[in-house]
Design a protein around this ligand. Sequence first.
Ligand code: TRP
Length: 376
Amino acid sequence: MGITLEVPTNTADQPRDFPSGVADGAHPAPGEDRAAHLTGAELAGQLIGDARQIRVLTGDRPTGALHLGHYLGSLRNRVRLADAGAELFVLVADYQVITDRDASASIADHALGLVADYLAVGLDPARSTIFAHSAVPALNQLLLPLMSLISVPELERNPTTKAEAAASGRPALSALMLTYPVHQAADILFCRADLVPVGKDQLPHLEVTRTVARRFNTRYAPVFTEPKALISDAPSVLGSDGHKMSKSQGNTIALQAGADETAAIIKGFKTDTDRHITYEPEHRPEVSNLVLITALCRGEDPQTVAEQIGSGGASALKQAATEAVNEHLRPIRARRAELAGDRGYLSAILRRGAERATVEAEATLAQVRAAMGMAY
Ligand code: TRP
């Protein structure tokens, strides 16, 4: 499974609704081409060839257990990037939780649960910085200068913000939800991340990050790196109902689910009436999804898996998928169960991560304040 590097074409720099003066000099040079696609092999080459380590930052909201879709779509790539020598920052986006809901009594459980998931899938806390963004004051302070570099209409146009606001079911957009993409820019810029592995829905937020970084550099001094999005080319995994596997859809296989629970969930996965199993994601999305899950867990090609099952039908396919998932997740689940029992250890990981992130954030904030003439 490869990784694709995607830099969205920029639309956020259009001066249309921007207050005059603020965007001065912030337009891209004519003909400037920032579009770049990099294959997994090219990225691996860069990681090995580059003397300077590539810094990668990514994050998740602590709203529930991570599932197989997260694992196959992104967690696995994080581990691969770290193993290839990238320096990894992994952020628990706890302030993001209150963009669309009240902080719940279970937020601590969810935050520590994320840490357990990260460690269980193979992130090494000695080599990666795992932290909650609420615990890094200097990161949060970066929000103030960054907010001066983007307008309210630009933030109101953000399609991901709009979609999340609609999904929240709340009558009005909170100020935190509106400005959240700038907070996410602070998450990324505080440590000068080069690469941000995210899902496609996060590209508008990445564009906000790149825009405020560029505007800061132009207006004051070149402090920030413009990060690139890293989009996994693993097709997204569907859940039991044939829709994208997602916590909010209730159609997931949690990483921590038991083997019997997994078998029961896979038994309930939608299939179709054609008995012969094939891998045709366009025409047979549900059957192909089970073939893909099986193939990714076994490290095989989906076509090969489909041919092996052939006329065995949906029940043989489900049997194969259950075995492949349970087999692949067995060691991860065992590690997770062990870790989940040690909240003190998981908290210590977050504390250590926050200390390390704070060193970075304070250094960046000091440069930002100096660039702005505020070093007194
Ligand atoms: N907004 C991301 C999500 O909803 C989570 C996130 C917060 C994030 N800060 C980040 C992702 C910084 C990448 C980089 O999934």
